[in-house]
Ligand binder design. Structure first.
Ligand code: ATP
Ligand code: MG
Length: 392
């Protein structure tokens, strides 16, 4: 029965000079999201609103589901639109609308009419009163409540007339593309996909880098990361995923550095390489799934050590989250089931039994000098063999 959607977006984005950027990005993201839906959709801006109109058959549930993945949308209102064929016809349609949408009509309501077109023969107040009366006559079990109605029946007089009353929640946030781009360090765990989701929600486009260590890490571990990127890309749009072969660097660190510092030094090289790719591809920051104290490499001392090798800001949106809170978001966004598949993203032989929890940066730096002979070349080779996968 619905023929269109009115897209509500957060107030914050529509203010000031950024308004057009915001709206255009939102329209772009909606188009992208609906490309994968059955149906013929027209998306247009009109007087500070965005409408998705449909032509012919479409799957309502599927369309809503896709719209619920578009950041920047705060609400999705299913709309019935009708041609303006006089007030009588409109009354009939409104009565039918109420019957269709509210099988249980033991509720209060209020009509809220708006004239976007001033040549309509009735004023808003008059439309409110007249339609209210018509509804009461048709459904005596309904009552008017102008302060807190159960049903707020919106009637917008435009070229066509739009009728809507329900709002389905959107994901909130800002449209991807309005906030620049950042490089996500994406592993196969629970945390990093959630971290990417959270930064993307603020309008940031996401690229990703995954470090694998074949044959110590399997093809299936790698596939799991691609799968995770695909799930996140439903929210973010296409993700450029850089797969970096980290094996030789890891082996070299293993050979030359104290084993209890392996994780920290490895992490420092991941950050350096990620930053290098980030700068080359126009990213304005790095994103990780770190959270204070979660493991030895995420104590505040360890974070000093991983942080100091980068110039770009490192965004750690999960820094103050408990594991359980992270799990809840991952379940909500649909990455959890994939994240818990048992393919290790990091080989256990490279993980020390007693990793340092309070690394001293000066000592770490000194030990990194053990790598001077070959590390530059190994990093260069890793970058040269960067394998780019476009995930969407
Ligand atoms: P996650 O659940 O994201 O894997 P984790 O709890 O396993 O996180 P660590 O393995 O300590 O934590 O990694 C911390 C962060 O470093 C990750 O959230 C991720 O951003 C990054 N990272 C770790 N391993 C890799 C990897 N192989 N490739 C890319 N990024 C990685
Ligand atoms: Mg991990």
């Amino acid at each position: 029965m619905f023929t269109a959607f009115l897209i509500k977006y957060a107030e914050i984005g529509i203010k000031g000079r950024n308004r057009y950027l915001f709206e255009d990005a939102l329209v772009h993201q909606i188009k992208f999201a609906l490309k994968k839906c059955e149906g013929d959709f027209q998306i247009h801006k009109s007087q500070g609103r965005i409408y998705v109109e449909t032509q012919g058959d479409f799957d309502f549930e599927e369309t809503v589901e896709h719209l619920q993945h578009v950041f920047g949308i705060s609400g999705i209102c299913p709309v019935v639109y009708v041609e303006d064929e006089g007030f009588e016809k409109l009354c009939d349609r409104v009565i039918r609308y109420v019957a269709e949408v509210y099988p249980d009509r033991n509720r209060t309501f209020k009509v809220h009419a708006r004239r976007a077109r001033k040549d309509y023969p009735k004023e808003s107040m008059e439309i409110n009163a007249d339609l209210g009366e018509v509804i009461l006559k048709a459904y005596p079990e309904m009552r008017v409540d102008v302060h807190e109605p159960d049903i707020l029946l919106n009637v917008e007089i435009r070229e066509k007339i739009y009728i809507y009353s329900e709002t389905i929640p959107g994901p909130g946030g800002m449209p991807v593309g309005t906030g620049g781009k950042a490089m996500l360090l994406l592993s196969g765990g629970i945390d990093s996909p959630v971290a990417g989701y959270m930064i993307a929600k603020r309008g940031v486009k996401i690229d990703a880098v995954y470090f694998h260590a074949p044959p110590y890490t399997s093809d299936r571990a790698r596939q799991k990361v691609v799968d995770l990127a695909r799930i996140v890309s439903r929210y973010t749009g296409p993700i450029y995923l850089h797969v970096i072969n980290f094996t030789d660097i890891q082996l070299y660190i293993y050979e030359k550095c104290p084993h209890e510092e392996l994780t920290i030094i490895m992490r420092r090289y991941m950050m350096r390489i990620a930053e290098h790719i980030a700068k080359e591809t126009g990213c304005l920051g790095l994103i990780t799934g770190e959270s204070i104290g979660q493991v030895a490499s995420q104590t505040m001392n360890s974070l000093i050590a991983t942080n100091e090798v980068c110039e770009l800001p490192v965004y750690r949106p999960l820094i103050g989250f408990d594991k359980q809170e992270i799990v809840e978001v991952s379940e909500k966004i649909g990455t959890f089931e994939t994240s818990i598949q048992p393919f290790e993203d990091c080989c256990t032989i490279f993980v020390a039994k007693h990793p340092v929890t309070k690394p001293n940066v000066n000592i770490i730096r000194r030990h990194e000098h053990n790598l001077d002979e070959k590390i530059e070349e190994l990093v260069r080779t890793a970058l040269e063999t960067d394998e780019l996968i476009i995930v969407d």
